[in-house]
Design a protein around this ligand. Sequence first.
Ligand SMILES: NC(=O)c1ccc[n+]([C@@H]2O[C@H](COP(=O)([O-])OP(=O)(O)OC[C@H]3O[C@@H](n4cnc5c(N)ncnc54)[C@H](OP(=O)(O)O)[C@@H]3O)[C@@H](O)[C@H]2O)c1
Length: 322
Amino acid sequence: MKNKKILITGGTGTFGNAFVKRILKEDVKKVYIFSRDECKQWKMREQFKDERIQYLIGDIRDKDRLYRAFEGINYVIHAAAQKHVPSCEYNPIEAVKTNINSAENIINAAIDRGVEKVLSISTDKAVKPINLYGCTKAVMEKLFIHGNNYCGNKNTKFSCVRYGNVIGSRGSVIELWNKQMKDEGHISLTDLNMTRFWITIENAVEFVVKSLKLMEGEEIFIPKLKCLEVRKLAQLFTNDKNIKMIGIRQGEKLHEILFSKEESQRTIEIDNSFFIVYPSIYKLNLNYDRWDNHKGMFFNNNDYSSMDQDEINIKEMEKLIK
Ligand SMILES: NC(=O)c1ccc[n+]([C@@H]2O[C@H](COP(=O)([O-])OP(=O)(O)OC[C@H]3O[C@@H](n4cnc5c(N)ncnc54)[C@H](OP(=O)(O)O)[C@@H]3O)[C@@H](O)[C@H]2O)c1
């Protein structure tokens, strides 16, 4: 990252804010925050007093704005998204415009402006999706991974990072339950058997930094994550008496999947700590051999699901949500 100019779409969000904090510790030349709302940018300006940060108002749906913003940029981290399941269901065309059409804008602007690397943030909801949010993120992944095919004689590389629920991110269940306990004295729980993969924002950021350094294009990087039943998380907020069962919501899965059994056939595990899913269209120039110590392809024919992975220690989780 030394001397690099890095632009983060959605730079004022939960991820963007933590990512900026982290990369300012590196010898980066400039950090550009790209997002729509000037109020969030103003708050960040108050938080970070660092001359290397520059704030750009812009919408990723606006390709002319992206062309202007990407001039001279070395790396783009694409974190902006419409990310709430119900809001994507209710406003489907908006979700398509932000999560899919804007991906095309970013790919074109990045190639034409000579950006070296573009790393896009995805979610476990993109795997075997059952809601529009997941569907749009699945298409977004495809666009970026196969965006490498559009580069011609340019050297832009596109990859993705995919992970599970960020503990305490904006709009997360933890934020909701804190508010419900404060306002109503009870919390709502969808299903006693529901499980999720969990990651701290610090670990998510660290994993993105590592993926940015490692990426050669076409990889989906996935951290090995622990999971927890949502009901056990609920018990950290209140006792059973104050937990109201509301039933699974439209578009929600009981368990999430970080990579599917079909993807597992083109997935390798590295250092017992993360996975790389390679593209579905095999290309001869993919450099699998760089991973000397990899465990090899996964032919385990199973979804990597939150239903049957190691559980987070509940005491550890208690500390994380404080
Ligand atoms: N949070 C999680 O649990 C989780 C898990 C897995 C993956 N992810 C993915 O991680 C990424 C970041 O999530 P997050 O939790 O940081 O989200 P967040 O806190 O809601 O932040 C979203 C950011 O995107 C910006 N944005 C939204 N629409 C935009 C548009 N049309 N043009 C420009 N900027 C736009 C927002 O700023 P303005 O509103 O000011 O534009 C904000 O800065 C997303 O891609 C999400 O899908 C999140």
